[in-house]
Write a protein that binds this ligand. Structure first.
Ligand code: AMP
Ligand code: ZN
Length: 483
């Protein structure tokens, strides 16, 4: 069975074959800018990317996955103006930009574990049994030489020019500019840039490759370069690191749809101009937004919801994961607490079913055979249909009905499907949800704290402690864990 995916580059659904004989696929997913907590909108994109990766693995591919951490160079304006978001974050919290990057990288790692991502961001790469690195987290600040080398190559090939504030890419020199947006959209790009246009830019869509540190002010993050002291532009980090770890051309590049017109458009221009090879990436796959009251959830807009906020209301991060499956990744998904509650109940029922089956079958799922294998094929077919998760989830419920006569078959099916669903359905040791009676106590605790009724919150805390559950109050809200 082969994955079929909508490719933003061709604007068609295409079959994704492996480009290497051993079936390995190179995947690059744009990581977060670590100047604040990530919100559940960001995590919708990461859930979709995780589903894609897990599906490819279920289909038998080895996936070499690279994700960057943007810890420098992402400015508050897409027109290469404004402050560096990391320095803004530092000023907000009375910390250095380095401390901010470190802190929010760690919260991202913790969230990634809670959401059960296959890619666990970590300082050292995860390696396959044969030693090959398969999951690589790369920080922009740890790859300055690679970025400088790419700008130099662009300079040698005549794609750059200098202004008072940096080295820019001349988009008019790159014939394929704007291919992701069909070129026609260039007018729109220029519209955006016009707001705060740098008068020295030759074309409105030109973008900074290297920015100079402002005269008379020492930036916290700055490096020497052949052009002067400064820092890399945001787009160059992804092209440079992707090519470092995945080669000059590779298979799949993902991100949210907001990256199509500028960030990914510029990534393609830099990468292809630097190497002279096209395509930089065979498949560009983009996820639609999580919206609330019809508006995109965004860090810059404030009022965003974090995983900590969900925990404070008694939700497990995996409830959110399940909620994400309710819409196809190319459709907007409207967040509401009611819908999340629905997802929580449905996930708990599934988990309970799996728990009962585990007990019935002595705790060990076997390999799916016979009818279960057929159900698994139907589940995979939904994944291969451009990652149709609502259908895939429906097929899980159909399978449970169809396999009702055999606990072993149901369990075997669920264990396999969970390699993609990643809901920890058949992991007996993982506490994935509080039993309902303890959940009620936890909810009481959160409510009492909210009302500053400390006598009531203390009593609830003690009750939970008696049941082996410890409560922690974090910046993002109260969370519980096994004592
Ligand atoms: P950023 O840290 O802003 O670069 O965002 C990290 C990832 O989250 C990118 O792939 C964005 O496209 C994605 N993203 C940002 N806001 C949303 C949203 N409301 N819904 C879905 N994805 C989002
Ligand atoms: Zn990127």
């Amino acid at each position: 069975m082969k994955m079929r995916l909508y490719n933003t580059l061709s604007r068609r659904i295409e079959e994704l074959g492996a480009s290497r004989p051993d079936g390995t696929l190179g995947l690059y997913t744009c990581g977060p800018t670590v100047y604040n907590y990530l919100h559940i909108g960001n995590y919708r994109t990461y859930v979709f990317e995780d589903i894609l990766k897990r599906s490819l693995k279920l289909l038998g591919h080895r996936v070499r996955h690279v994700m960057n951490i943007t810890d420098v160079g992402h400015l508050t304006s897409d027109a290469d103006e404004g402050e560096d978001k990391l320095e803004v974050g530092g000023a907000r919290e009375g910390k250095t930009a380095w401390e901010i990057a470190d802190f929010y990288t760690k919260t991202f790692r913790a969230d990634s574990a809670a959401l059960n991502f296959d890619f666990q961001p970590r300082p050292a790469p995860r390696r396959a049994d044969d030693g090959e690195p398969i999951d690589i987290e790369c920080r922009a600040t740890a790859h300055i030489p690679e970025q400088i080398a790419m700008v130099r190559r662009l300079e040698e090939r005549g794609f750059t020019y200098r202004t008072a504030d940096g080295i820019y890419f001349d988009t008019a020199k790159f014939a394929g500019y704007g291919v992701l947006v069909g070129g026609a959209h260039l007018a729109g790009l220029q519209e955006g840039a016009r707001v705060a246009a740098n008068r020295e830019k030759r074309n409105l869509s030109d973008f900074a490759l290297w920015k100079f540190s402002p005269a008379g002010r020492k930036r916290q993050m700055e490096w020497d370069s052949p052009w002067g002291r400064g820092f890399p532009g945001w787009h160059i980090e992804c092209s440079a690191m992707a090519q470092t770890y995945l080669g000059e051309t590779f298979d799949i590049h993902c991100g949210g749809v907001d990256h199509i017109p500028i960030h990914h458009t510029n990534e393609i221009a830099q990468a292809e101009a630097a190497t002279g090879r096209s395509p930089f990436v065979r498949f560009w796959v983009h996820g639609e937004f999580l919206v609330m009251n019809k508006a995109k959830m965004a860090k810059s807009a404030g009022g965003f919801i974090t995983l900590g906020d969900l925990s404070a209301k008694g939700f497990d991060p995996l409830d959110y994961r399940y909620f994400c499956y309710s819409a196809h990744y190319r459709r907007q998904l409207e967040f509401s607490w009611e819908a999340l509650e629905g997802a929580r109940s449905a996930r708990r029922r599934l988990r309970e079913t799996a728990g009962n089956l585990l007990q019935e079958c002595g705790g060990k799922p076997g390999a799916p055979g016979g009818k279960a294998a057929g159900c698994l094929d139907r589940f995979k077919a939904c994944l291969c249909d451009d990652l149709n998760m609502p259908q895939a989830l429906a097929s899980v419920h159909d399978a449970l009905g169809e396999l009702r006569d055999s606990a072993a078959e149901r369990l075997a099916f669920l264990a396999e499907a969970d390699q993609v669903l990643a809901l920890r359905l058949t992991e007996p040791e993982a506490v994935v949800a509080l039993p309902p009676e303890l959940q009620a106590v936890f909810d009481r605790y959160v409510g009492a704290r909210g009302r500053k009724d400390f006598a009531a919150s203390d009593s609830a805390r003690k009750e939970l402690a008696g049941a082996g559950i410890r409560v922690r109050d974090t910046k993002g809200g109260s969370v519980w864990e096994k004592a």
